[in-house]
Design a protein around this ligand. Structure first.
Ligand code: SF4
Ligand code: SF4
Length: 274
């Protein structure tokens, strides 16, 4: 079974308990205009170009037999300065699990384990579920938007030791307008997490003028109760990555952040950098 990933991050300390190795799966059905992982949106491999490293040598225009380079009409293997890199690599799930298992004793010794992130890991449901099964008995966590059908989400939850789930916009019409999908499955899966008693954290991005309003944060607070919540400050560095991928940054200028105490709206929240 083949899946597509765009990064493996070693020694991650913000992706679940302890020290972790995070697998970033490529592809997401949501379109949050503030997304700071634009290379995770499409399932298709993409080239990332760092202008400041490019010497203009033209070597990337050389013919290359690699099927990905052929498709992209540019060869990243030939770049001598590291200006060009590929985001999106296909892996057979058993090969990836074999590679990752080598890290398990070390991660276990640091009270950590493996985290699946993205993109949206449940956008490649069979691959993610199989990877989780193969990585057991390591400590397993997932960072998810929660946008998945009930059955897939339930199967993932059963395999996980910890779940980190975004809750972005409570109002259905606003969610659809801004993010492009219905939030009913997400709200349903939030309730599933709450009922499961599975250790969890909900994450709420604080996007000025969009998610950062008193109405939205109050509604989310009412939904998640006394669960642990991380309020993620808007990341102003996000637009730079879009340029490297030749993509437009959809959010544009952000408004000033709200001036009320956002943490106090929740029973158990802290503010973090995104
Ligand atoms: S090979 Fe690398 S350094 Fe040379 S032009 Fe292409 S991107 Fe720039
Ligand atoms: S759910 Fe996450 S990966 Fe998907 S668009 Fe939103 S922020 Fe980006």
């Amino acid at each position: 079974m083949i899946g597509t990933i765009f990064d493996l991050k070693e020694f991650a300390i913000h992706d679940g308990p302890g020290v972790r190795l995070t697998v970033f799966l490529k592809g997401c059905p949501l379109r949050c205009p503030w997304c700071h992982n634009p290379e995770g949106l499409s399932r298709i491999p993409q080239l990332m170009w760092k202008k400041e490293k490019c010497t203009g040598c033209g070597d990337c225009q050389q013919p290359c037999d690699d099927p990905v380079c052929k498709k992209l009409h540019r060869c990243w293997h030939h770049c001598p300065s590291g200006a060009l890199s590929l985001r999106g690599e296909s892996w057979e799930v058993t090969d990836l699990a074999d590679k990752l298992r080598g890290y398990a004793p070390m991660l276990g010794g640091m009270d950590g384990g493996f985290t699946l992130s993205g993109g949206e890991p449940l956008f490649q449901p069979e691959f993610s579920l199989e990877l989780l099964r193969l990585l057991k008995p390591a400590h397993l966590c997932m960072e998810t938007s929660g946008f998945a059908n009930e059955e897939i989400f339930g199967k993932a939850l059963n395999l996980l030791d910890y779940i980190i789930m975004d809750v972005k916009i409570a109002d259905p019409a606003l969610h659809k307008k801004i993010i492009g999908v219905d939030n009913a499955p997400i709200l349903n899966n939030v309730r599933t997490v709450l009922a499961s008693q599975k250790p969890h954290t909900f994450r709420v991005p604080l996007i000025p003028g969009i998610t950062d309003t008193k109405d939205n944060l109050t509604a989310i607070s009412n939904l998640v109760g006394d669960s642990k919540v991380e309020l993620l400050e808007y990341n102003p560095m996000a637009p730079a990555k879009y340029k490297m991928l030749s993509m437009d940054y959809p959010l544009g200028e952000v408004q000033k952040k709200q001036d009320f105490d956002r943490v106090s709206l929740f029973a158990n929240a802290t503010i973090m950098r995104m």
